[in-house]
Design a protein around this ligand. Structure first.
Ligand SMILES: [Zn+2]
Length: 457
């Protein structure tokens, strides 16, 4: 059977305001737009009630999804789930209910979150595995982890976690008791990276893999065919939480292919020029870091924007250009997330149907990212372990600046690709480009070997 490019409609269903008219409109849209898979949000955006209890999921959310899911299955349309919270994107005026009772994040300045969970609290770890087990009972095709599965950008707090539990972990690794202020100062200190920096990044790296593995085991026990997918955010910020991309995706995937969602650049309303630059530095870098054994489903995000981003031409551009990522499908976030359902006036069904054959053809001749020619722009997932800060005052100083060439070369039409640097990387007769503090990721022998063999920018 020919492979198809998977159209996944991300869809907000409000279990308290769902009716037959909305169900019929959804089914009609899926048929007309040639949708393959509906990804139902659980607890999204304006409908968010903080961390749900298993009882809330069992009583309200899953039964509503299950009903419409059966009708979609009759048309060979699969169901996936997108729970909108793991740690929580931001506080959103919510508090952790006493029934769940887990601790919350504290950032590097000592600011406490009200509802964003501390990823090292065993009560949260147990909760998140259990609730994913509950979602798995619906046997979704894909079950997603949102991009709130991270240590930073959880409004109103910044880089975390520096709660008492985490400070105890850092103190044990250091072999002496350390306060948050002392630890953060050393973490950000200018000059050679400190032991404190290494400890912070290593703890963050390991704890996410542990949680991912536990979720995978729980889900696999209940629904072995369900694939766990991970939504990623800005790659340079993932470096500041020490993300081990291979390790994290392996922990989450189990025996399945990796399932990844890079985001497309129109996450805010941007011009086409900005779109092309951001496509190179965000969407392509994330895809490179996740690697080749993956299904890549970029996210087209235009749920709350103006007619420019919602224009059918711009939507088509975003959709069809995903072939340059070797994408095997797309997550379509086209309608509001408050549960109003399909808005037929946007005219998306026709454009999606029209592009489907082209997208299927692209999937059958999927771009092999490893065979791309052009300038290789080297990036390292370990950059924040190795770079030097200048002032030592702000976690943003830990952001690697290794992707700049991609924006420039790509928008000038020069063939280029991001290339993940590892200790076994070996380049012969290729043009490489590096920027930022890339060479701090290498030892002297590696730098010498690289310079001897290459024509470098
Ligand atoms: Zn913590």
């Amino acid at each position: 059977m020919a492979e198809t490019y998977q159209y996944s409609l991300r869809f907000a269903i409000d279990p308290f305001n769902w009716n037959e008219e909305r169900a019929k409109k959804l089914i009609k849209f899926c048929q007309e737009a040639r949708i393959d898979n509906v990804v139902f949000f659980i607890n999204p955006e304006e409908l968010n009630q903080g961390h749900l209890t298993i009882d809330q999921v069992r009583t309200h959310w899953l039964p509503t999804v299950a009903k419409v899911s059966k009708r979609l299955a009759e048309m060979d349309i699969t169901t996936s789930l997108n729970p909108w919270t793991t740690l929580m994107h931001s506080d959103r005026g919510q508090k952790v209910s006493p029934e769940l009772g887990f601790g919350t994040m504290v950032d590097y300045r000592g600011q406490h979150a009200e509802s964003i969970a501390c990823p090292a609290d065993p009560r949260w770890v147990e909760y998140i595995a259990d609730i994913y087990g509950e979602y798995a009972k619906l046997q979704p095709k894909e079950l997603w982890l949102e991009d709130d599965f991270r240590h930073y950008n959880h409004t109103p707090i910044k880089l975390a976690c520096f709660c008492e539990r985490h400070m105890k972990i850092y103190s044990e690794k250091l072999g002496r008791k350390v306060t948050r202020t002392e630890f953060v100062k050393k973490l950000l200190q200018p000059g050679e990276p400190t032991l404190e920096r290494k400890i912070y990044l290593s703890v963050a790296r390991v704890e996410m893999k542990k949680v991912a593995r536990l979720i995978q085991k729980t889900v696999a026990r209940i629904s072995p065919t369900t694939r766990l997918g991970l939504m990623s955010s800005f790659p340079e910020w993932h470096a500041v939480e020490g993300r081990d991309w291979d390790g994290l995706f392996d922990s989450l995937s189990g025996t399945h292919l990796r399932v990844s969602r890079p985001h497309l650049p129109a996450y805010n309303e941007v011009s086409p020029l900005q779109y092309s630059r951001d496509f190179e530095r965000y969407s392509r870098v994330t895809t490179e870091l996740v690697g080749k054994n993956s299904d890549v489903y970029p996210e087209l995000e235009s749920y709350m924007y103006s007619p420019f981003v919602k224009s059918r031409m711009f939507t088509k551009l975003q959709l069809e250009s995903t072939q340059m990522l070797g994408a095997t499908g797309i997550l379509l976030n086209l309608f509001d997330m408050m549960g109003n359902g399909i808005d037929e006036t946007y005219g998306y069904a026709e454009l999606l149907a029209e592009s489907k054959d082209l997208m299927n053809l692209g999937t059958q001749h999927r771009l092999n990212l490893e065979q791309l020619d052009g300038v290789k722009v080297l990036v390292s997932q370990d950059a924040s372990f190795n770079l030097q800060t200048t002032r030592g005052e702000n976690p943003e100083e830990l952001l690697p600046k290794e992707y700049s060439w991609l924006s420039l070369l790509g928008s000038l039409g020069v063939a280029c690709k991001p290339e993940k640097w590892t200790n076994t990387s070996n380049f012969e007769n290729e043009v490489l480009a590096v920027s930022g503090q890339f060479f701090n990721n290498l030892n002297d022998e590696q730098i010498t070997a690289l310079l001897k063999k290459m024509s470098c920018f």
